[in-house]
Write a protein that binds this ligand. Structure first.
Ligand SMILES: Nc1ncnc2c1ncn2[C@@H]1O[C@H](COP(=O)(O)OP(=O)(O)OP(=O)(O)O)[C@@H](O)[C@H]1O
Length: 238
């Protein structure tokens, strides 16, 4: 579903933010991407989602190159950045219809999904209000609904649980399971190791731009907790 090969990105010709990183996300995977502040998670995610160019390597989504076939890749992908910038002058429903238009979601499916996810995340009563009047969490819920609206083959999320209340976090986890159950894949960064450990079937750990561990969650953590493994590898490995 997502293949990253030898990804390298350098900002300002100085330090490599991502250094020869390779990983594969398969259909049905909920793949957690963890690392310390400044490790290179957002840089990797921005390269995958085509919002930032990269120096070396290749990225494929369902076999399509994000460099050569960017529109095709974007049509199959949804991306929620860590601080989603929505159109503040639109109402929630106008924004969701705008996204529905871009991804050509048929009217009936669009209405059903907006109703379903809006009710689940308790946002339906506010969808007629301007986004500028929304709280941070309400904006995040709007971004989440917009991402699920077109049922992407690949969903990429940067720190999705920050700012969500416990009920919304619980609902988002169920939504993630449901989407992957239909054959999609999810790749997301998080600092919440307990969530990663419980939610993800696969985990990658990045340190100073390099991948230092990856694979099945069970194999990565062995007999320890993910927190113990993370602290160990971040302290000791190169
Ligand atoms: N626009 C930029 N210009 C220059 N350097 C950048 C830029 N964006 C990121 N960096 C650098 O690249 C490295 C990786 O940053 P990145 O944002 O990818 O890390 P991260 O793992 O997402 O961190 P965090 O957990 O703090 O969000 C850091 O050293 C950072 O300072």
């Amino acid at each position: 579903m997502l293949t990253i090969r030898h990804l390298t990105k350098t900002y300002n010709k100085e330090k490599k933010a991502v250094d020869d990183l390779s990983l594969t996300v398969q259909a049905g995977d909920i793949y957690g991407f963890i690392g310390h502040n400044g490790a290179g998670k957002t840089t990797t995610i921005r390269a995958v989602t085509g919002v930032m160019d990269f120096d070396q390597g290749e990225i494929f989504i369902c076999g399509h190159s994000v460099k050569k076939d960017s529109v095709q890749c974007k049509s199959m992908t949804a991306y929620i950045p860590d601080n989603p910038d929505l159109y503040e002058h639109l109402t929630g429903i106008q924004y969701l219809n705008f996204i529905g238009d871009i991804f050509q979601v048929p009217r009936q499916e669009r209405e059903e999904r907006i109703r379903h996810y809006g009710d689940l995340l308790e946002l339906t009563p506010n969808l007629g209000d301007l986004i500028s009047s929304y709280s941070h969490g309400m904006k995040q819920k709007t971004a989440i609904i917009s991402a699920f609206l077109h049922q992407p083959r690949l969903l990429v999320l940067d720190e999705p649980f920050v700012g969500l209340d416990p009920k919304a976090s619980f609902d988002l986890k169920n939504m993630m399971h449901e989407l992957c159950g239909k054959g999609s894949a999810i790749f997301f960064s998080t600092h919440v190791l307990e969530v990663a450990e419980k939610l993800c079937n696969k985990i990658a750990i990045i340190k100073n731009g390099k991948l230092i561990a990856s694979g099945n969650t069970q194999d990565v953590r062995g007999d320890s907790s993910l927190e113990e493994v993370f602290l160990e590898v971040v302290d000791h490995d190169a």
